[in-house]
Design a protein around this ligand. Structure first.
Ligand code: VG1
Ligand code: CO
Length: 566
C-alpha cells in the first residue's frame, strides 16, 4: 500500500472549562442539540455512547459508504466526533467510499470494534433521495437488536454531543493522518485505505482466480454484463472482474459511483435493473448481474435475461458448493434462509443432510450462527446471498460463486437452474410490495389478520380458487429463538402454511422510508416435471387470491394493487 508521510496536525490551545489547562492539541467541545437538523450527530453520539468508554479508548473503527449524497460531509463530522469520543483510530475507504461487504471484511481483518457505513442500501440517492447509517459490530455484521435498542434508548435522552470542530481530515489521500488532541497522550489517527484492496485479497483466497480468468478471458471465454448501477460496486467490478480476471471493459457498466446513482434506483431486481434486463434479452451475453447501492445485494441473470430467483440462487450455490474452493477447505457447517425466503434451500438441505436454519428477515441472526460455527451459506429472497467469509450478504461474492459453478459444470445458467428443478423440485415464489401505505391502516390490517389467524377455527379451513383447494395446516406469527445466545425475536411475520407446504406470509418492512411497506410473500412447491417451467405468476395466482381474501388487504389499506412485484 502506498503510504504517504505521517501528517501531524496540532492546533493552538485554548483552555476549556471541562479540560485541564496546559494541554495542547485539538479542542473537544460539547454542543447541545437544537433542532432536528442534528440527526446525524444524535445518531452517531448515541452509537458512541453505547460503547463503554474503556472499550472506545485505543479502539479502531472502520468507516465506509456507498458514495451517495452527503456521504462525504457526514464522514467528516463522524471523524470529528470519533476523535472527541475517545476512539483511537479510524480506517476509512478513500473518498469515504467502501461497500458494505468490504467494511465487514475489513472490520474482521483488522479486529476493529465495529464499523459505520453511510448508506441507505437499495433506496434512491441524491438530494431528494434517502440517507442512512448502518452500524456494524466487531464480528463484521449488523448490530443485533439488543445493541440497536440500547442506541435508540440513548438517542431519546441525549442532550449533547462531543466533537472536535477544528479537526480537518483529508479523505482523498491514501495514508495515515495523525492528530494531537487536547488532554490525550496518544494521537488520534485516521488511515485512508484503498476500499477494494483487502476485499479483493479475501476473494482471491476464496475462489480459484486462474479458473475464472480462463473462463472470462481465455480462448473460449463467455461474455458477461455487470451493472454497478452507479452505486459503490463499480470500482470493485472494474478492479476484480476487468483488471484482474480480464473481462473486457464493456462488460462492466455504470461503474462510476454517483451521488444520486445517476438518477436511477440502484435496487437489483427486474423492475429497477430494467436496462440490464433489456440488454441481456438480445442474447449477446451469457451471464449478467446487478448490485444495489452498497453492494450487498445481487441479481443473477442468464442468457436472454433468464431470471434466477434469489431463493433459487442460494439453493443452486448450496447444491454446487464444492465448486468454490473455500468450502473444500472449511466444509459445510450449515445452511440458512430467512423465514419468507422460499423453501428451495430446504430441498437441498434435506438431500444433503445438512442442517438448515430458518431465521428472521435480515442478516443479524445469520452472523450469530456463523460465529458459533453452525452456518456456512445463507440467503434471503430480497436478492441477498452470502457465506461465513464475512458477516454481511455479498453481491460480488455471489457473482464469483455463480461463475465458479458455470466453470465447473460447463453449462449455461438456464441449464443449471432447470437441472436443479428437475432434481429437487421447484419452489415457485413471488413477493408483492405495497409501498407508502398509510401506517395506521397497515398496522390495523396486520393486527386484524393476526386475530383471524389465531381463531381456533382457522386451522383446517379450506380455501378454493378454480380447481385449486388449499387447507390451512398451521398459522402463526413467526418467532425465532436464537440457538446461540438464547434471545427470542417475536412478531417476525404472519405465516399461513397449507397442508401441501405452500405458504402465505405477511410482514411489515423495517427499511421503507415513507409510510409503511407491506410485504406479501407466496411460496409453493411443485415436483411435477410437467409443471416445472410454467409462469410463476400463473402458478401462484390462486394463492395470491386467497391471501388478499383472507387479509382484506386492498379494502383495508385503499391500495388497488402492489407497487412492486418480484
Ligand atoms: C429488507 C429485506 C431484507 C434485507 C433488508 C436489508 O428488509 O426484506 O431481506 O435484509 O432489507 O437489506 P425489510 O424489513 O424492508 O423487508 V440491505 O441491502 O439494506 O442491507
Ligand atoms: Co444493500
Amino acid at each position: 500500500m502506498d503510504v504517504s508521510p505521517l501528517q501531524v496536525r496540532t492546533l493552538p490551545t485554548a483552555p476549556y472549562a471541562d479540560q485541564k489547562p496546559g494541554t495542547s492539541g485539538l479542542r473537544k467541545k460539547t454542543y447541545v442539540f437544537e433542532t432536528k437538523q442534528d440527526y446525524l450527530q444524535n445518531f452517531i453520539q448515541s452509537v458512541f455512547s453505547s460503547i463503554d468508554l474503556r472499550d472506545r479508548q485505543g479502539s479502531t473503527l472502520v468507516i465506509g459508504g456507498d458514495g451517495r449524497y452527503l456521504n462525504k460531509s457526514a464522514i467528516e463530522v463522524i471523524v470529528q466526533m470519533a476523535a472527541a469520543n475517545g476512539i483511537g483510530r479510524l480506517v476509512i475507504g478513500q473518498n469515504g467510499v467502501m461497500s458494505t461487504p468490504a467494511v465487514s471484511c475489513v472490520i474482521r481483518k483488522i479486529k476493529a470494534i465495529g464499523g459505520i457505513i453511510l448508506t441507505a442500501s437499495h433506496n434512491p440517492a441524491g438530494p431528494s433521495g434517502d440517507f442512512g447509517i448502518k452500524f456494524n459490530i466487531s464480528n463484521g455484521g449488523p448490530a443485533p437488536e439488543a445493541v440497536t435498542d440500547n442506541i435508540f434508548q440513548i438517542s431519546k435522552t441525549l442532550e449533547e454531543y462531543a466533537i472536535c470542530p477544528d479537526l480537518r481530515v483529508d479523505l482523498s489521500t491514501i495514508g495515515k493522518q495523525s492528530f494531537d488532541l487536547e488532554n490525550k497522550f496518544k494521537p488520534f489517527t485516521v488511515e485512508i485505505v484503498d476500499p477494494v484492496e483487502s476485499y479483493a485479497n479475501m476473494l482471491r483466497n476464496i475462489f480459484d482466480f486462474s479458473v475464472l480468468k480462463e473462463m472470462l478471458s481465455g480462448p473460449n471465454h463467455i461474455k458477461i454484463r455487470l451493472d454497478a448501477m452507479h452505486g459503490v460496486v463499480g470500482p470493485y467490478v472494474k478492479k476484480i472482474l476487468c483488471e484482474e480476471l480480464g473481462s473486457p471493459a464493456n462488460s462492466a457498466i455504470n461503474c462510476v459511483p454517483k451521488e444520486d446513482f445517476g438518477g436511477h434506483h440502484a435496487d437489483p431486481n427486474l423492475t429497477y435493473a430494467a436496462d440490464l434486463v433489456e440488454t441481456m434479452k438480445g442474447g449477446e451475453y451469457d451471464f449478467g448481474a446487478a448490485f444495489d447501492g452498497d453492494g450487498d445485494r445481487n441479481m443473477i441473470l442468464g442468457k436472454h435475461s433468464f431470471f434466477v430467483n434469489p431463493s433459487d440462487s442460494v439453493a443452486v450455490i448450496a447444491a454446487n458448493i464444492f465448486s468454490i474452493p473455500y468450502f473444500q477447505q472449511t466444509g459445510v457447517r450449515g445452511l440458512a434462509r430467512s423465514m419468507p425466503t422460499s423453501g428451495a434451500l430446504d430441498n437441498v438441505a434435506k438431500a444433503t443432510k445438512i442442517q438448515l436454519h430458518e431465521t428472521p428477515t435480515g442478516w443479524k441472526s445469520f452472523g450469530n450462527l456463523m460465529d458459533a460455527g453452525k452456518l456456512s451459506l445463507c440467503g434471503e429472497e430480497s436478492f441477498g446471498t452470502g457465506s461465513d467469509h464475512i458477516r454481511e450478504k455479498d453481491g460480488l461474492w455471489t457473482v464469483l460463486a455463480w461463475l465458479s459453478i458455470l466453470a465447473t459444470r460447463k453449462q449455461s445458467v438456464e441449464e443449471i437452474m432447470k437441472d436443479h428443478w428437475q432434481k429437487y423440485g421447484r419452489n415457485f415464489f413471488t413477493r408483492y410490495d405495497y409501498e407508502e401505505v398509510d401506517a395506521d391502516a397497515a398496522y390495523k390490517m396486520i393486527s386484524d389478520l393476526e386475530a383471524v389467524m389465531s381463531d381456533k377455527s382457522f386451522i383446517g379451513q379450506k380455501f378454493s380458487v378454480g380447481e385449486k383447494m388449499y387447507q390451512v395446516q398451521k398459522a402463526d406469527n413467526f418467532e425465532y429463538s436464537d440457538p446461540v445466545d438464547g434471545s427470542v425475536s417475536r412478531n417476525q411475520g404472519l405465516r399461513i402454511i397449507f397442508t401441501d407446504g405452500s405458504r402465505i406470509i405477511f410482514r411489515l418492512s423495517g427499511t421503507g422510508s415513507a409510510g409503511a411497506t407491506i410485504r406479501l410473500y407466496i411460496d409453493s412447491y411443485e415436483k411435477d416435471p410437467q409443471k416445472m417451467y410454467q409462469d410463476t405468476q400463473d402458478m401462484l395466482a390462486p394463492l395470491v387470491d386467497i391471501a388478499l381474501k383472507i387479509s382484506q388487504l386492498h379494502q383495508k389499506t385503499g391500495c388497488s394493487g402492489p407497487t412492486v412485484v418480484m
